[in-house]
Design a protein around this ligand. Structure first.
Ligand SMILES: Cc1cc2nc3c(=O)[nH]c(=O)nc-3n(C[C@H](O)[C@H](O)[C@H](O)COP(=O)(O)O)c2cc1C
Length: 224
């Protein structure tokens, strides 16, 4: 697929068919994505591909902890509340998703249900947990590299008819993920990617998020 067409066509997928994803296909996706650039070619990413019973245990553990009100704990410091334009964009995509799903503003039960789906990684058949070695902290550059790798994964998957959602909710209870995916103590969990064949009937999958005009975030210097 042509790159521009691919990058513009991809969108987050939050409803999946139950069909399993063959290991060979996942391996092919990673084989392509690993050509992402990284600082000094350090390739700091590690991938734990989880399915079946261990993934179900992660979903159950995430759900149990969130319902019990256990505060999220990630392996790295993170800003929790966005402001200004960032907050506006965050709300805008949520509105798009809720409108598509027919979830009313005051329908607290369905809103909560949607959030819980996120903690279950949208019931995707596969989750790729992306980690980096702890000794790399302070790891901003390695985290940047993992971002490039993650984008390559979701594009490579899309090219093969697989959908993904990069999913912070899935690793918010990092100890749950660490326990059931068997992630060594010397790795930090950065993010997970839920992956599977898109459920064509799941309306939120049709939502196309918007992007800012270049003029609002690009400056050209020294061109005149
Ligand atoms: C680091 C990161 C974390 C994300 N975490 C979640 C998440 O927890 N739940 C969710 O529904 N979407 C999550 N997303 C998906 C974003 O909401 C989505 O990429 C954004 O709204 C743009 O939409 P698009 O992917 O369809 O282009 C995450 C994306 C990134 C890059």
């Amino acid at each position: 697929m042509q790159f521009e067409k691919l990058i513009k066509a991809r969108r987050s997928i939050r409803g999946y068919r139950r069909d399993p994803v063959p290991v060979a296909v996942i391996d092919e996706i990673i084989e392509v994505a690993k050509w992402a650039p990284s600082s000094m070619n350090t390739q700091p990413w590690r991938v734990h591909v989880v399915t079946g019973a261990p993934l179900d245990r992660i979903r159950e553990g995430n759900t149990r902890n969130m319902v019990a009100g256990i505060p999220p704990r990630r392996d790295f410091p993170m800003k929790e509340a966005y402001e200004g334009m960032h907050r506006k964009r965050q709300v805008a995509v949520a509105v798009q998703l809720f409108e598509a799903m027919g979830i009313a503003r005051d329908d607290q039960a369905r809103r909560t249900d949607w959030v819980m789906r996120g903690f279950r990684q949208f019931d995707a058949p596969v989750s790729l947990v992306i980690t980096y070695a702890k000794y790399l902290e302070p790891a901003a550059i390695s985290q940047f590299d993992l971002g490039a790798f993650t984008h390559a994964i979701v594009l490579s998957a899309w090219e093969r008819g697989l959908g993904c959602v990069i999913n912070g909710q899935g690793i918010m209870q990092s100890s749950v993920v660490r326990e059931h995916a068997g992630i060594p103590d010397d790795e930090n969990i950065m993010i997970c990617i839920a992956m599977g064949y898109p459920d064509e009937d799941f309306v939120a999958n049709t939502v196309k998020s918007v992007r800012e005009d270049n003029q609002n975030f690009v400056r050209y210097v020294g061109f005149d």
